[in-house]
Design a protein around this ligand. Structure first.
Ligand SMILES: [Zn+2]
Length: 149
């Protein structure tokens, strides 16, 4: 029993090491990418389920764009003039929406809320200045109002 437990522990710690190594590799890749200031945006995966549109990889987008998932969801719902809710990694929209329109809207969202208007860098974060929502660029330091374009 003791010996069995030991073997299992050993195998687990090997798996753990392998996992750590993989994580480190991925972290390295992310760091290199952000230096080139280019975001790799996946294709939105949207399918219809009854009278609903299911955006299957929704949660990838706020993660990549470093924005609040609720903010992006509200933006999409408003632009599509429908109701939306998040369900785990997916987002559900009422009505059969054109799957193509999701990539158009993601681009619009990036132009308005993510891309720096001065240098074009996506390395930005939102901030507030006298109750006005602004975009702070981590590449050039510009502070510009959001929601434009
Ligand atoms: Zn900038």
């Amino acid at each position: 029993m003791h010996e069995f437990g030991y073997i299992v522990d050993n195998a687990l710690s090997e798996q753990y090491d392998a996992l750590l190594n993989r994580l480190r590799e991925n972290l390295g890749k992310v760091a290199t990418k952000s230096k080139v200031t280019r975001l790799e945006i996946p294709e939105p995966s949207v399918y219809w389920l009854g009278n609903k549109s299911v955006f299957r990889n929704f949660s990838d987008f706020p993660k990549i764009l470093r924005r609040d998932a609720g903010h992006l969801l509200m933006f999409l719902a408003k632009e599509l003039a429908t109701a939306a809710s998040q369900d785990g990694d997916r987002a559900i929209f009422i009505g059969r929406k054109d799957p193509q329109s999701f990539s158009v809207l993601i681009n619009r969202y990036m132009t308005r809320y993510v891309i720096c208007t001065v240098c074009g860098s996506p390395d930005t974060h939102p901030d507030k200045e006298r109750r006005v929502q602004i975009l702070v660029c981590e590449a050039c330091g510009a502070r510009s109002p959001t929601g434009q374009g």
